[in-house]
Every structure is written in structure tokens, then in C-alpha cells.
Design a protein around this ligand. Structure first.
Ligand code: IPM
Ligand code: MG
Length: 434
């Protein structure tokens, strides 16, 4: 590509982005009046089918009456697999996308994106196709006073043209970051509305506007314009670098309530926040648009866990948190509350194996024989199989049920104890999944 060709390519990108703004449709789905709500369940790749099926089981249990009455339809959607996507050469094959668009909300397992090549991430494609512009990711660690929510812009920034950079081979390459007024205004609105409706009085606007003067500069300015309509809420500017530092500063991090930020900073900082909470296996993610919404775990498909035969160790906590968000989004607050209560009830459990220091608030069950995949967040196959709701949500540890550890009578005993206690706690909340 020479400079003239690159300029042509750039012109086309600008035109496409203008067309995207023109096509933004803000007709909202109103779940309070909708007679039938259709929930799509998409398995994904790697550990996706394992954790998503547990979550679907929980959803079906919680919504059984409504499914029976026909006011909720749960639709299993096949085909969003790496094999099918590669074969069709599409991030989301047309027939799968049509199925997804026939639903109101979707629960999606993680999908694999190959390194290199041309296949776009299914995740990014879905966010774009359904115009899911708000990525909402809560972090809550009551014992540390942390209770924050990130409103990550989810449809533009560094992602929207992520596969469309231009280059002059062996000389230079350029990627693009896109901030639109309309796109920023709607994410800012979502963040401030959340703050207002949830008694929060501070919103942190996180950018690098001292360097990215156009895109982040506009992002900050527009957030402040929206903030002016919320006089009871303080809007503060922060740069992303110091914010990442603040989040590991115990004296500062609990002061933050709501964050609003461009896509890539949001991607990074929500993994950091999840790690503070206990790891990415403990964090759910809501991708909200006006018409559609999609709910998922914050983490990926963990192909190494599958390669090592450890798929059943994947922690379904994150996808179950996503389920609770889904239920709230469609106005099923009672079902959401039941699920959250059951998860919370299991998070105070302490079962400490030798050599591990546990304190109250941890659920500690460790596979001592293996390296860590999701840090300390994975837990055991047996629990996952028998009850999808045995959920240590903060410093989650794993119950060892591998062959290596099965021989360890001590661990086995602890595992049985933990399983029993968790099952009892869950049953109390009417959610016994056995
Ligand atoms: C996330 C993930 C995705 C992202 C990947 C899978 C495309 O990291 O949801 O945070 O970068 O947004
Ligand atoms: Mg991420």
C-alpha cells in the first residue's frame, strides 16, 4: 500500500464511521411491558460450554414457572464455535447471528480468537452487530470497602477499527482510535443514570486526555457536559495510569464508586479490578445496548485448561454473576436476588488446607498438585458437576478432585465438608440444584 492508497483507505473508514453514527438507533426494549422475553444461550469455545451449561441450568431452575407459562423462552443457540467460524470465515456466521437477533438478551460463553489471521473476535463482532455500547462490570469486596462499577464504552475507541489499520510494509503501521460524540454521550448517560439511581455521588472519568487530545479529550469534555445535568454527582477526571496505581493503593481504591472510560482502558482496568476481587473467574460482565443485551464472564475460553484436561475446574462464578445481571436487566429482580444471595451465602466459607493461610471471607480449597490457570479462582470438578452454585466469590480457591489429589485423604475430607456446607447453604435459598 502506498501513501495514496492509504489515504483512500482512510477516507473510506471515515465515511463508514459517519454511517455508523447515522445508524445508531436508540429505541429501547421495555422489559416491564414485554409479554415474552427470549433468552439465548450460546456456549462458545474452550471452557465456555462447561460453564455456560451450568449457568443455563441455574437460569432454567430460577425461571421454571415463567418458562412453563411461556413468558420466558430459553433458546439454546448452536454454532458459535471456533471450528464453525473458521469454516465459514465469519466472526459470527450469518445463521447464528440471525438466531441471536431473534432473542432479547443473550448469555454467552467465552469464544476463542485465533492469534493473527483475519478472523475477527466473535465478542467484538457481537458487540458491534447488536450495538452493545455499555460494558458494565461491577467489583465488590465488602471486607475491603470496595464497591465500584465500571462503565466501559464498548462499541468504539480502539476496538471499532482494530482489524482495519493501515501500513506501509517495512516502514510504518497505524491503528485508529475512534471517539464519537453520540457514542460518548450515551455511555456517559448510562454511567450517570446508574449513579443517580443507585445513590452514588461520584463518577470518575478515566482517560489519557493529556496525550490522546482529540479522542480522550472529547470523551472527557462530553462526560462533563452530561455530568452538568446531574448536580448531585461529582465528576472527576483521572488519567488511566494513575488510576491503575490507585486501584492497588489500599488507602485510595475504596473511594471510587463509578468509572466511565473508553474501551481499551476499560478492558484493562476491569481485569485489574476483577483480580482485586479474587480473579477474572469471579467477575461478570454485562454488554448493554438499547435493543439487545449480552451477558458473559469477563474472562476468555481458557484453551490451556481444556488442553490439560482441566475444563471441569473452570469456575462458573463469573458466568453466574452475569446471569444475575441478566435477570436484573430483564426485570426479574426476585430471581436475581435469590441467585446473588445463594452465591453470597457460600462466600464466607473457610476450608483451609495445609500450608495456606485463610481468613474469613475466603473459601479456601486448593489443588496443591497443579499450577494455576486462573490464579486461585478455579475450583473443583466434582462441585461443578454436582452443584453449579458452590461459589466462593472473593478469594476463591479450588476444591481438589484431580487424581493426584484424590489420594490425599485430608483434602478429600475438606472437599466433602465444603461441598456439604455449600449445598446446605444453597438449599436454604431454594436453589438446590441436585
Ligand atoms: C473482554 C475481553 C474481550 C475484549 C476480548 C475477548 C475481545 O478481553 O471482554 O474484556 O478485549 O473486550
Ligand atoms: Mg478483557
Amino acid at each position: 500500500m502506498d501513501i495514496n492508497q492509504a489515504c483512500e483507505a482512510f477516507k473510506k473508514l471515515l465515511e463508514e464511521q459517519q454511517a455508523r453514527i447515522a445508524a445508531m438507533d436508540c429505541t429501547k426494549t421495555d422489559f416491564t411491558t414485554k409479554k415474552v422475553v427470549t433468552i439465548g444461550v450460546v456456549d462458545g469455545d474452550g471452557i465456555g460450554p462447561i460453564i455456560t451449561q451450568h449457568a443455563a441450568r441455574v437460569l432454567k431452575k430460577l425461571l421454571a414457572d415463567e418458562v412453563e407459562a411461556g413468558s420466558i423462552v430459553i433458546k439454546e443457540i448452536q454454532g458459535l464455535t471456533i471450528e464453525n467460524r473458521m469454516e465459514k470465515g465469519q466472526a459470527i456466521p450469518d445463521d447464528v447471528l440471525a438466531e441471536i437477533k431473534s432473542c432479547d438478551v443473550v448469555l454467552k460463553g467465552p469464544t476463542t480468537t485465533p492469534h493473527g489471521g483475519t478472523l475477527e473476535s466473535a465478542n467484538v463482532a457481537m458487540r458491534r452487530e447488536l450495538d452493545l455500547y455499555a460494558n458494565v462490570r461491577p467489583t465488590c469486596v465488602p471486607e475491603l470497602g470496595i464497591d465500584g462499577v465500571c462503565y466501559r464504552e464498548n462499541s468504539e475507541g480502539e476496538y471499532v477499527l482494530g482489524s482495519r489499520g493501515v501500513e506501509i510494509p517495512d516502514k510504518l503501521a497505524m491503528d485508529f482510535k475512534v471517539t464519537t460524540d453520540a457514542g460518548t454521550r450515551r455511555i456517559a448517560r448510562a454511567a450517570f443514570e446508574y449513579a443517580k439511581n443507585n445513590g452514588k455521588d461520584n463518577v470518575a472519568i478515566v482517560t489519557k486526555a493529556n496525550i490522546m487530545k482529540k479522542t480522550d479529550g472529547n470523551f472527557s469534555r462530553i462526560c462533563h457536559e452530561v455530568a452538568a445535568e446531574y448536580p448531585d454527582i461529582t465528576a472527576e477526571d483521572w488519567y488511566i495510569d494513575i488510576m491503575t496505581a490507585n486501584l492497588v493503593n489500599e488507602a485510595r481504591r475504596s473511594q471510587f464508586q463509578v468509572f466511565v472510560l473508553p474501551n481499551l482502558y476499560g478492558d484493562i482496568i476491569t481485569d485489574e479490578a476483577a483480580q482485586i476481587q479474587g480473579g477474572v473467574g469471579t467477575a461478570g460482565s454485562a454488554n448493554i445496548g438499547d435493543r439487545y443485551a449480552m451477558f458473559e464472564a469477563i474472562h476468555g475460553s481458557a484453551p490451556r485448561m481444556i488442553e490439560m484436561g482441566r475444563g471441569d475446574y473452570a469456575n462458573p462464578a463469573s458466568v453466574l454473576k452475569a446471569c444475575a445481571m441478566l435477570l436484573r436487566h430483564i426485570g426479574r429482580t426476585e430471581a436475581a436476588g435469590k441467585l446473588e444471595t445463594a452465591m453470597d451465602a457460600c462466600s464466607g466459607l473457610v476450608v483451609a488446607p495445609e500450608g495456606i493461610t485463610a481468613k474469613k471471607g475466603d473459601c479456601v480449597i486448593v489443588d496443591t498438585a497443579r499450577g494455576e490457570e486462573f490464579g486461585e479462582v478455579a475450583f473443583g470438578s466434582r462441585q461443578v458437576k454436582e452443584s453449579a452454585l458452590v461459589l466462593p466469590l472473593r478469594k476463591v480457591i479450588r476444591i481438589a478432585t484431580d487424581a493426584d489429589v484424590d489420594h490425599n485423604k485430608e483434602n478429600k475430607k475438606k472437599e466433602d465438608e465444603a461441598f456439604k456446607i455449600c449445598s446446605e447453604k444453597i438449599a436454604k435459598h431454594g436453589l438446590d440444584m441436585k
